[in-house]
Write a protein that binds this ligand. Structure first.
Ligand SMILES: Cc1ncc(COP(=O)(O)O)c(C=O)c1O
Length: 385
């Protein structure tokens, strides 16, 4: 194949996918792959989910797209579902197309309503592919929390710590990714985050939570920030909320929604509040809720974390972290990581390979038996090295 669609470009490890079901992908020859990356963390309720497919087919037969000026009850109902799970019932939201866009919009709103320009984020956070968030040279304050990891006060962070001295007073917002850190699955200490939130709020800045990877049950709570005692002004949700369909959501608490309306903030794009995307969000939430998949992510997450930790008996595995069904496995070096990744792929298992680190983010529907198969295959490869 010439890959004429790959001009950006990136590596394509399986070029001939033809089908999918549950946590599996199938290639042209019928080979089955267990997708432990959930299509870049997106397929929260599994590939080719029949219940979701039925809703999609029904919605397509009614109305797929109308343009943002022509709306319907499905968009309102879906907004109610999303506001309920975020705990921002009096707030407002908008359906967009990608995680990057959801963050971009939240940032634009905070600038408009605070009248300030500078955003703050952690040094290792990933906020999307837009240059407004990747180009950190201008209008950004980057908080480096590397030192905080080994600080003796990490469980009881002091607000008078010198780490906080340089935080600018004129911040428009703090954009926090609660427990992913560019996919490295690191969890900044709660007391550190509580202090940062206090400082930013005292100075009139907004708290924007980037739940693109940690949201929709992935961490064993509806949202990653539910593990921290913090409140959101805005929440950016993506990936798992669409189960692979490109829909995302920016949610505003009531105060921010009121301020935004008062300030006359406007944002419009062609696919904003599309009925199809909204119907998918509503059904994904329904499937997760009615199958208790958030609690299941917590329960299975503890079991799977222990199984991954046990792999550390082999010195090739140098670290394991996780929360719910969000895991990272450190490998001794990139060459070994690449080798194990290749072997896993040969045996029909997909993990996200970042060289000396694997990210493992299975769909919330994965069974214990399925994860056992992966652990056995992983173990066999480790023993063979
Ligand atoms: C933590 C985090 N935030 C934001 C994004 C951007 O989401 P999208 O790729 O849907 O634009 C990603 C994508 O990987 C992400 O991992």
């Amino acid at each position: 194949m010439s890959n004429i669609y790959n001009c950006t470009p990136y590596k394509i490890d399986i070029p001939d996918i033809t089908g999918s079901e549950g946590i599996y992908l199938f290639d042209k020859k019928g080979k089955k792959y267990m997708d432990l990356e959930s299509g870049v963390w997106c397929t929260s309720v599994g590939h080719n989910n029949e219940q979701l497919n039925d809703v999609i087919k029904k919605q397509i037969s009614l109305i797929m797209h109308a343009g943002f000026s022509y709306s319907g009850t499905i968009v309102e109902e879906s907004a109610e579902s999303i506001l309920k799970i975020t705990g921002l019932e009096n707030g407002k939201c908008v359906f967009l197309c990608s995680g990057s866009e959801a963050i971009e919009l939240a940032r634009q709103i905070s600038k408009k309503v605070t009248g300030k320009k500078i955003s703050m984020t952690m040094h290792d956070s990933y906020l999307g592919s837009y240059s407004s968030v990747t180009d950190r040279s201008e209008n950004w304050y980057i908080f480096n929390w590397e030192k905080c990891k080994s600080c003796k006060f990490k469980r009881n962070c002091r607000i008078d710590c010198e780490q906080f001295e340089n935080i600018p007073e004129n911040l428009s917002d703090f954009i926090f990714e609660p427990g992913s850190s560019s996919g490295f699955v690191r969890f900044p200490p709660e007391s550190l985050i509580l202090n940062i939130v206090k400082i930013v709020k005292t100075n009139g800045g907004k708290i924007i939570l980037n739940e693109v990877t940690t949201g929709i049950g992935r961490t064993g709570r509806w949202f990653g920030f539910n593990h921290y005692g913090i409140k959101a002004d805005m929440i950016a949700i993506g990936k798992g909320v669409g189960n692979g369909y490109p829909v995302s959501v920016t949610v505003l608490n009531k105060e921010t929604a009121d301020q935004s309306a008062k300030a006359g903030f406007k944002y419009m794009q062609s696919h904003q509040n599309d009925p199809l995307g909204a119907s998918i969000v509503k059904e994904v939430i329904n499937i997760i809720d009615s199958n208790d998949l958030v609690a299941e992510a917590e329960r299975k997450g503890e079991l799977f974390l222990q199984q991954l930790m046990d792999l550390q008996k082999n010195k090739i595995i140098t670290g394991v972290r996780g929360r719910g069904l969000l895991f990272a496995v450190d490998i001794c070096d990139k060459k070994t990581g690449d080798y194990i990744y290749k072997k896993l792929l040969e045996k029909g298992f997909i993990v996200c390979n970042r060289g000396a680190l694997f990210r493992i983010d299975p769909s919330l529907i994965i069974s214990e038996e399925e994860f056992d198969l992966f652990i056995k295959a992983f173990n066999n490869i480790l023993d063979s090295i």
